[in-house]
Design a protein. Structure first.
Length: 287
């Protein structure tokens, strides 16, 4: 029973971290129609900035997280304006080649500036302990990651479904020309959406650093994982991405606990099975 509970808690925390990082990619791919393979690179930038803020600037965890998110968004602004705007609506192969090139450039610059070593983000005392539930204890950081994932899911759902910005975003996706004719500034909508996606990637990279260590080739190591989550959940679907993260997180964690010698075999086996049954993912948008 203790093993089952440990697997459940770790799987839920891991799934929520995947969700916080991947949901931004789901938004850019499903709503903005951009295959952004550099998404993981922005999560890596967030982790690097937070590590630098904590170790070199002596800032607390909260300030480091805030600086990481804001700093990553600021870095992404010129990249979006100069590079990504050139590939909005471009063929998918062009988007893949552009964003994979951006990924390698970010990896090279990050390693040159911060050094090619594993980056750690020290947790505050409040997140280092554990919570006693009576029948077992759960790491506080695991609970923190789970809560962050739930808050992000609710906030995104409300923004996209219940606010005027969400209406403008969905209108821009469905028919950009008509939306522009009605006065919607589609370039601004895409820029804000991209900034939100990047900010979430940075936030997830920092919050999930205990589960997905920030290292020199983070962007490449987890690129496929983030893409898989979007494919299984369905690009553009918040509920689909959340379900995919929880299921895949559970399968991957269980496999690593019980049969670690198989590595990620069960993770990708589950992906193949799910995609065969749901070709567009759990809740994919029709093109």
């Amino acid at each position: 029973m203790q093993t089952v509970l440990s697997i459940a808690v770790d799987a839920l925390a891991y799934g929520m971290v995947l969700f916080v990082i991947s949901i931004g990619l789901s938004v850019t791919m499903g709503l903005m129609r951009v295959v952004n393979l550099a998404h993981g690179a922005f999560a890596m930038i967030g982790g690097y900035i937070a590590s630098y803020a904590a170790h070199d600037l002596g800032l607390g965890y909260g300030a480091a997280v805030l600086l990481a998110v804001v700093g990553t968004v600021i870095i992404s602004i010129p990249i979006e304006r100069l590079l990504y705007r050139r590939i909005y609506g471009a063929p998918e192969l062009t988007q893949v080649l552009m964003t994979i090139g951006i990924t390698f450039c970010i990896i090279g610059i990050a390693n040159y500036v911060f050094g090619p070593t594993l980056k750690t983000i020290p947790l505050p005392g409040s997140l280092q302990g554990s919570v006693d539930l009576g029948f077992r204890t759960i790491g506080t950081h695991r609970i923190f990651a789970i809560v962050c994932g739930l808050i992000v899911a609710l906030a995104l759902w409300y923004t996209i479904e219940k606010t005027s910005f969400g209406v403008k975003l969905r209108a821009s996706v469905d028919n950009a020309a008509m939306a522009a004719a009605l006065g919607v500034r589609t370039e601004v909508v895409y820029a804000v959406s991209f900034a939100v996606a990047v900010g979430l990637a940075a936030f997830g990279g920092v919050v999930g650093a205990e589960l997905l260590p920030v290292e020199p080739y983070y962007a490449l190591r987890y690129m496929v994982t983030f893409l898989v989550v979007v494919s299984v959940g369905g690009a553009g679907s918040i509920s689909g991405a959340l379900l995919a993260c929880l299921i895949l997180g559970c399968i991957d964690t269980t496999g690593r606990y019980l049969m670690p010698e198989y590595g990620e075999f069960f993770f990708y086996l589950a992906v193949i099975a799910i995609v065969c049954v749901f070709p567009r993912g759990f809740a994919g948008r029709m093109k």
